[in-house]
Design a protein around this ligand. Sequence first.
Ligand SMILES: [Zn+2]
Length: 365
Amino acid sequence: MLRRLYRGFVAALALALWLCSACLAAQEPANLEFGAEALLSGLWTPAELAGSDADRVIGPVGEPDASTPALASTAQSPPARQATPQAMQGAIRRVEPQTPSSPLAQARKPVAITFDLCERANNVAGYNNQIINLLRAAGAKATFFAGGKWMRSHPEAALQLMADPRFELGNHAWTHGNLALMTRSEIETQLHLTEVQYANLRAELTRRAEAKGLGAELARVPQTMPLIRLPYGRSSELALNTLAELGYVVIQWDVEGERDEGRQTADTLAQTALAQVRPGSIILLHANAVPEKSFAILQRLLPALLRQGYEPVTVSELLRLGRPQAVRQGYFTIPGDNLQYDAIFPGKGTLKPDPARPFTTVPVP
Ligand SMILES: [Zn+2]
């Protein structure tokens, strides 16, 4: 019994240390009202932050772009991380909140609202500025899982998300590779190129901030992206083990916001999501303007969550508030419900199906 308690204590300690060192190299802003937005307001005008309708325009499916980013001369190579602790391995679907004895802590209902920013080699996705504006207006925290190529196509939006103290960024692979189909080296390339793109953007953010005397603000912008979301929700044992070795924490969801959006109204989808949310839930939505109802769903869901006493937190914060519930397989709602994507998206998931070139199978990374 004692030994089990001791082992639990050691595991919890390892987890806490890992979270401090890897995930939370940057400190959480103590108070959003007092200067935490200095980077945002110092580097962009309100109009630039608000964006425009043009941000939501999606590019056509064109020739696959096989180019990859090189590390800029001003950027630091992404530092290596320690392997992911056992308790954080696998695909995390939600977090079981701890229930400390204080009534205040018991009343807390944390929820992580997450948005994917997917982009493949042969398309350019959008940036749903309305979603970001809504989150900012509500003071709601959120996590964005950004594709590396998406960050390269949308550098200003990516920089603004990095600079915003409400938000954190996670990795969503370079060109949306289906990790279940990839070799270890292909998986590593998908993740590494995304980290290189992030490092380049962070260097650019640093350059701009230092020019305005705001260099100290960069301390809370993490050096790497230790959180990852599996494209298509697809995984293999090889992928999960590789990700753990590389120090990634795989974040899936227990509430899928846009499920069957073609046949459901935003009202219904928001109601369904609300009925499924529990304290510690992770909600999946998209901010790349590809699903059509994401904003309308959030417009209904966010106020309803706030009315019910839910507190939107980032995924990193959620992980610190409880015990991760992880599984050994990525899926949407039930295991196996995403296998069809292996056949639908060629190039091991890196390509959008193109009617003009139905048999295209290149590129991978
Ligand atoms: Zn995606």
